[in-house]
Design a protein around this ligand. Structure first.
Ligand code: ATP
Ligand code: MG
Length: 301
């Protein structure tokens, strides 16, 4: 579907990343709500055109584990990228209410299926697995976004800074020249699940250099048996994160192997009230935002 700025009505800002802003927009002709990401790039028209072509190829596959892509266009040197609007937002803003093991299990299953599909059907590596790139809707669906940014786009983005907390694997930090492999995404998958479960980024809040240093030199962090609020995680969940976060990339399992892991097998077809959790987590998030706006403490929940 060809996309045009004139077809869109901007509703509100959903968030800001390192490269630009994401806005909620209404596609007026179809009445579909979308998320529009603006990426600022200093590129000539030919390069921008090749980026749009690559984006189209990347999004040929549709899957319940990957956000839908509606189209992209550019104005001057900005790429505008329209995707499925996920009305519960990214997991980094939702996990504050705590993530019990069954919900974590379902999130892991969706992420794993999404990552495997990218690899098998699109021959793409995600490269940016982290809680802000895992989105949820009120239906309880969990989907990946911002994956495998095309070669051209990646080269242009690489010039900017590394950004917030690092989710990259030790081998990515030690030798930035090595080819990016699936194993590096497996590390980020483990780290993302660990953060979502515990509610904190596990490498501390110091400078990015201290965090990178810890990723390379320290023993990988582990999922505890229990959270401070009393959420209990079993051995399978703990082992899943531990096998993903092995410092030696060669030891990390493939997606096919991870799909056979008891943690995934346990929750793959289990009935879990993801919708109920999404609704509760969204209500919690909205209350936090309201409290921040008004300066009043949020009610106990
Ligand atoms: P980075 O720039 O380091 O990748 P980021 O992923 O947070 O960080 P963006 O991808 O620009 O940056 O997204 C900004 C925010 O917008 C996200 O954190 C997320 O909360 C929100 N967002 C992104 N895509 C969608 C979407 N499709 N539906 C709803 N919210 C979204
Ligand atoms: Mg993102």
């Amino acid at each position: 579907m060809p996309m045009h700025m004139d077809d869109l009505e901007v509703k509100e800002e959903l968030g800001k990343g390192q490269y630009g802003t994401v806005q909620m927009v209404l596609h007026k002709r179809t009445n579909v709500m979308m998320a529009m990401k603006e990426i600022r790039l200093e590129l000539d028209e030919n390069k921008l055109k090749s980026i749009l072509k690559e984006l189209d190829v990347l999004h040929r596959a549709t899957s319940p584990y990957i956000v839908d892509f509606y189209g992209a266009f550019f104005i001057e040197s900005c790429v505008y990228y329209c995707m499925e609007y996920m009305d519960a937002g990214s997991l980094d803003r939702l996990y504050g209410i705590g993530v019990p093991e069954d919900v974590l299990g379902k999130i892991a299953v969706s992420m794993l299926r999404g990552l495997k599909l990218l690899k098998d059907e699109l021959e793409t590596i995600h490269r940016d697995v982290k809680p802000t790139n895992i989105l949820m809707n009120q239906n309880g669906d969990v989907k990946l976004c911002d994956f495998g940014i095309s070669g051209q786009l990646e080269k242009s983005l690489a010039k900017t800074n590394i950004g917030c907390e690092p989710y990259m694997a030790p081998e990515r930090i030690e030798s930035s020249g090595t080819r990016y492999s699936v194993a590096s995404d497996v590390w980020s998958l483990g780290l993302t699940l660990l953060e979502i479960a515990t509610g904190v980024y596990p490498y501390g809040t110091e400078s990015i250099w201290a965090q990178l240093n810890k990723i390379v030199h320290d023993e990988p962090p582990k999922l505890p048996t229990q959270s401070e609020s009393g959420v209990v995680w079993g051995d399978n969940a703990r082992d899943f994160i531990a096998v993903c976060m092995q410092k030696d990339a060669k030891l990390r399992p493939s997606y096919a192997e991870l799909l056979e892991h008891p943690f995934i097998v346990r929750y793959a077809d289990a009935e879990v009230d993801m919708k109920g959790w999404a609704i509760k987590a969204t209500a919690w998030k909205e209350e936090q935002m309201r409290a921040k706006r008004t300066g009043q403490p949020s009610g106990s929940q």
